[in-house]
Write a protein that binds this ligand. Structure first.
Ligand code: GDP
Ligand code: IMO
Ligand code: MG
Length: 423
């Protein structure tokens, strides 16, 4: 299909990067449509192991154009660092583009992210401290700088002056060091020199590709449970990882999207604060963390782990309009004797809900209800087709698909590119 959105269907880190890397082998364009360098999308292929933060995961395919879309917030410093790492590994970056309309994450956004988290006291959000929230807040407040501003120095200077008028007041109130406009302007001129030729009006690029029927992948960051509107507010990110935003953040008409693949782990993980009903704070959670190597790709923080959440997946499937499921990390369950799946939440009133996530304060009060499935207790790492999977593993993933109400599209049984297959 011509335009496919690939989105996280849980709390993030579902394996979006590896799914995009796999699909990009046959894609003409990959567009990151939201988020910033809070993302950590791990890709393992012939170029080694890379945790991509801003650069779309199609970058390893030399014939694929990779665009950082207008829905993103771009920290030029991290982008340059990421580009240097990839170049060192032999990846060619000739086909990397940045939308003029993408917002710029400035050093003061990171400073504000840290100060604001500290000011929250015990009630933190657990952000990645990459300045994402403050950058999107400035976008909405209309005081943000955009990547295209780097190409217009006079305009940039005026915009920077007007932004700093409020930024420095905020920083002072929160007890931080005010920033110098001259230093920031000089930094921007360095970014302009290094990134200028890649900053383009993305509309003609995307429109031409779409009208020529090229295959376009839209890469989401994070997952629906951290969506600004539909996630566990306020413990969310400051943009919309759901597919509804993919067209807007990429610069496509809403009706352009043909397929929506929801990426899900065969169990659940979350990094950051907020309610997480299926969380296991016992040895089983520890076992999932250690076998699944569940530590944040961006911050290194241990991920909270739990069984698969069938309520969350029904909610995610509906909100994203999913047309296919990509189930990752099935191999992590290989050694478990039995595996549980959450199929409903019991509210304090006794009522059971199964297909929609309640709002945050209620989510703290629910009791997850589980069903139990027999494990397969054999390695799936070398399975390359549906029929190769042990019968118990097939029954388990079929149940996940049934709970989601979405067909199985892909399964992965290890982090390497060849350990993923179409169902
Ligand atoms: P993303 O943010 O959604 O791209 O996911 P992350 O890269 O943050 O986290 C996924 C982690 O799981 C990475 O370390 C991947 O290398 C790893 N991974 C992805 N798919 C599989 C799989 O099928 N099996 C195993 N064992 N690891 C996987
Ligand atoms: P990928 O794209 C997992 C979480 C943070 C915090 C919340 C808000 O790799 O799945 P932010 O820094 O965005 O303001 O933090 O969102 N978070 C992620 N969790 N994977 C990510 O990205 C994340 N990006 C942000 O932990 O709870
Ligand atoms: Mg990640």
């Amino acid at each position: 299909m011509a335009v496919t959105a690939v989105v996280g269907a849980q709390w993030g880190d579902e394996g979006k990067g590896r799914v995009i890397d796999y699909l990009a082998q046959k894609a003409d364009v990959v567009i990151r449509f939201q988020g910033g360098d809070n993302a950590g999308h791990t890709v393992i292929n012939e170029f080694g192991k890379h945790a991509l933060h801003l650069i779309p995961s199609g970058i390893f395919n030399p014939t694929t154009a990779n665009l950082i879309g207008s829905g993103c917030v771009v920290n030029p410093r991290s982008l340059l660092d990421e580009m240097a790492k990839l170049e060192q590994a032999g990846v060619v970056l000739d086909n990397l583009w940045i939308s003029t309309r993408a917002q710029m994450v400035m050093p003061y956004h990171r400073q504000l992210d840290v100060l604001e988290e500290a000011a929250r006291g015990k009630d933190t959000i657990g952000t990645t401290k990459r300045g994402i929230g403050p950058a999107y807040a400035d976008k909405a407040a209309r005081s943000g700088l955009r990547m295209g501003d780097l190409l217009q120095p006079d305009w940039l200077e005026t915009r920077l002056d007007s932004a700093l008028a409020t930024v420095n007041r905020k920083i002072e109130i929160l007890g931080g060091e005010p920033v110098s406009g001259d230093e920031l302007y000089a930094l921007c001129m360095e970014y302009r020199e290094k990134l200028g030729p890649r900053i383009v009006d993305s509309v003609p690029l995307v429109r031409r590709a779409y009208e020529a029927g090229r295959r376009i992948l839209l890469e989401g960051q994070l997952g629906v449970m951290r969506d600004l509107d539909w996630g566990i507010y306020p413990y969310v990110t400051s943009s919309n990882p759901t597919a509804s935003y993919a067209a807007s953040g990429a610069g496509l008409p809403a009706r352009a999207i043909d397929e929506v693949y929801g990426v899900v782990k065969a169990y659940s993980t979350a990094v950051g604060d907020g309610p997480f009903p299926v969380e296991l704070v016992d040895g089983v959670g520890e076992k999932l963390r250690s076998i699944g190597e569940e530590f944040g790709a961006t911050t290194g923080r241990p991920r909270r782990c739990g069984w698969f959440d069938g309520v969350a997946i029904r909610y995610a499937a509906w909100l994203n309009g999913m047309t296919g499921l990509a189930i990752t990390k099935l191999d992590v369950l290989d050694s478990f004797e039995s595996i549980k799946v959450c199929v409903g939440y019991q509210l304090p009133s006794g009522e059971v809900i199964g297909d929609s996530m309640p709002d945050t304060p209620v989510l703290y009060q629910v009791t997850p209800l589980f069903e139990e499935w027999p494990g397969w207790q054999t390695s799936t790492a070398n399975c390359r087709r549906w029929d190769d999977l042990p019968a118990a593993a097939r029954a388990y993933v079929a149940r996940l698909s049934e709970l989601a109400g979405v067909r199985l599209a892909y399964i992965s049984v290890g982090p390497e590119r060849e350990q993923m297959f179409e169902v």
